[in-house]
Ligand binder design. Structure first.
Ligand SMILES: [Zn+2]
Length: 290
């Protein structure tokens, strides 16, 4: 699932500004929190769902997408602490962009106006870039460790749940987001290609590609039915789209696509390779993804 902090803020804002009754809003708020939490999960989804329903002791299921394709994570304890204390030191009156400016030690007008170059958290976060910091904040918000003001200005606020982290009693692992190129100035062909890969749905298909796409989806559906799992557990749409675009012909090529690890290749790789082979019209159709 691809979304950014803006989406989280937007959903929250929409909810808070709606005319609905408070009780209804409260329910919707909890649903939103649960959904965001599930999106950001880095461990077995079934485990999380079961513990949500009061059964905390299940082992990882081995079948959900995060079990089959472990989410790359990093120890973000230090970064999260810096992020939270930057919010605190700047008085809990600012949105993510300004707090990131503080962490990066940027001398913006807003920083200078507020004398934020003098607070202890100014410039302590130069080990991460702007996108990485935004990812940290998005995940902290989604996990309920940081709040966003109810008025919808995007102001970040601390809450009780982040105390353990701030005090150094808890650690936290966050999802590693794929690096999104900032694209300023640099003519980076690789990052443009990566951006396209990140959004394969934007690609318009040729008729021949359309056929392959439909056949890949049919194969996925059949496998999913046989194994009694939802289709996305086999491969996500994005992965199928990469197969259409890059036409892998070998295991190595197949495994360089996103969403295909060793285990998934072992389970499904050959079947999909064989199907792509049937659709091969021109030699050298393989284009290496970058
Ligand atoms: Zn699982």
């Amino acid at each position: 699932m691809v979304y950014g902090l803006q989406d989280v803020l937007f959903l929250r804002q929409m909810l808070e500004s709606s005319q609905a009754e408070d009780r209804y809003k409260q329910v919707e708020r909890q649903k939103l929190e649960a959904m965001l939490g599930l999106c950001e999960i880095t461990t077995c989804r079934r485990q999380v769902l079961l513990s949500y329903f009061g059964e905390p002791d299940h082992p990882p299921c081995g079948n959900c997408d995060t079990c089959l394709e472990p989410v790359p994570v990093w120890d973000a304890t230090d970064a999260a602490r810096k992020a939270l204390s930057a919010v605190y030191r700047s008085g809990q009156r600012f949105g993510v962009n300004h707090v990131v400016d503080i962490l990066l030690g940027q001398e913006t007008d807003k920083v200078l106006q507020n004398q934020h170059q003098r607070i202890s958290t100014w410039g302590i976060g130069k080990e991460l870039d702007r996108n990485q910091w935004r990812s940290v904040f998005r995940q902290l918000v989604a996990r309920g460790l940081l709040n966003v003001d109810a008025e919808g200005h995007g102001v970040l606020l601390l809450n009780d749940r982040c105390r353990g982290l701030l005090r150094g009693e808890e650690t936290i692992e966050l999802r590693k987001d794929p690096r999104i190129p900032s694209g300023k100035g640099k003519k980076d062909y690789r990052s443009a290609a990566r951006r396209d890969r990140a959004n394969p749905a934007m690609r318009r298909l040729e008729p021949a590609e359309e056929n392959l796409w439909e056949d890949l989806r049919a194969l996925r559906k059949r496998l999913a039915q046989e194994q009694d799992v939802p289709p996305y557990v086999i491969f996500h749409d994005a992965t199928l789209m990469e197969m259409v675009i890059y036409r892998p012909q070998t295991e190595q090529q197949m495994r360089s696509l996103s969403g295909i690890g060793e285990r998934k290749f072992d389970l499904y790789g050959e079947a999909f390779l064989a199907l792509i082979e049937e659709h091969q019209t021109a030699p050298n159709a393989w284009v290496r993804p970058v």
